[in-house]
Write a protein that binds this ligand. Structure first.
Ligand code: SF4
Length: 250
């Protein structure tokens, strides 16, 4: 079971370990270096094994860039900018997405488009999640032969709504919380008095503190206000260029 120390995966942890007392399921945490200290401690206390990122954040920043607008937009921006950096013509899909002429599905937002097409944009990528979380998990799955149990809920994002439409995926993932609503989750927490870290008194979701992907809901700013010292310096240095364009104060 993949354990992030957040509310969703902790619900699964509680169900497996304390409610149903199921034996033999390994709890696998991932330390991205970006969690709030309270969540990082929880990962270390509750996991059988803690995986580390496949690349360090600043290696990712140097080589690929940093997250900025949204995971989906950053995917197209990354391949568009990469082609330009390599002196190649970007593929039609990426150009259409950037120019707002893509026929089906979403296009890049006006702010992102103007910024990227100005040629002055910093390197933007969706690959931060891949190297900090996904690759270590995939490598572990491969090495161990185990299939993952994930505490993901599709209410969280449009991408997840498309990705998870049942408890089971063809590639062997088990996602038993896929259609759990926030309301029901809160009711379960309340009824069974499941331990909740103090940080949830300030924010609704935890994960990587200060990740720009939470900026549209105002979460990034709130998270930045909750961290201090070297962690805050690290996060602000890592996301600096994205904060500048997103008007996040740091
Ligand atoms: S949530 Fe944000 S900071 Fe965390 S791994 Fe993904 S992109 Fe990086």
């Amino acid at each position: 079971m993949s354990y992030s120390g957040g509310k969703d995966s902790h619900l699964l942890y509680w169900f497996i370990k304390e409610y149903a007392k199921i034996e033999g399921i390994k709890i696998i945490g991932i330390n991205t270096y970006m969690e709030h200290p309270e969540i990082r401690d929880r990962i270390h206390n509750n996991s059988d094994k803690v995986l580390l990122p496949a690349k360090k954040p600043f290696e990712i920043k140097d080589k690929y860039g940093i997250p900025c607008f949204s995971k989906e937009q950053d995917f197209y921006i990354y391949y568009y900018q990469k082609a330009i950096r390599e002196g190649k013509e970007p593929a039609k899909t990426y150009k259409d997405k950037l120019n707002g002429t893509y026929k089906t599905g979403f296009n890049i937002s006006k702010t992102a488009r103007d910024y990227v097409l100005s040629g002055k944009a910093h390197k933007i990528t969706h690959l931060c999640c891949y190297y900090l979380k996904k690759k270590p998990a995939h490598d572990f799955e491969k090495a161990s032969g185990l299939k993952p149990i994930l505490g993901v809920r599709n209410e969280e994002s449009t991408l997840r709504r498309r990705q998870y439409t049942s408890c089971f995926s063809a590639n062997g993932k088990f996602t038993p919380l896929w259609d759990l609503t926030e309301e029901l989750e809160d009711a379960i927490y309340e009824k069974y008095k499941i331990e909740t870290p103090k940080i949830y008194e300030h924010i609704k979701r935890t994960g990587c503190m200060g990740c720009p992907y939470g900026s549209w809901k105002g979460d990034t700013q709130k998270e930045l206000d909750l961290i201090k010292g070297t962690q805050k310096e690290f996060v602000c240095k890592y996301f600096k260029e994205s904060y500048d364009i997103l008007n996040i104060k740091y």
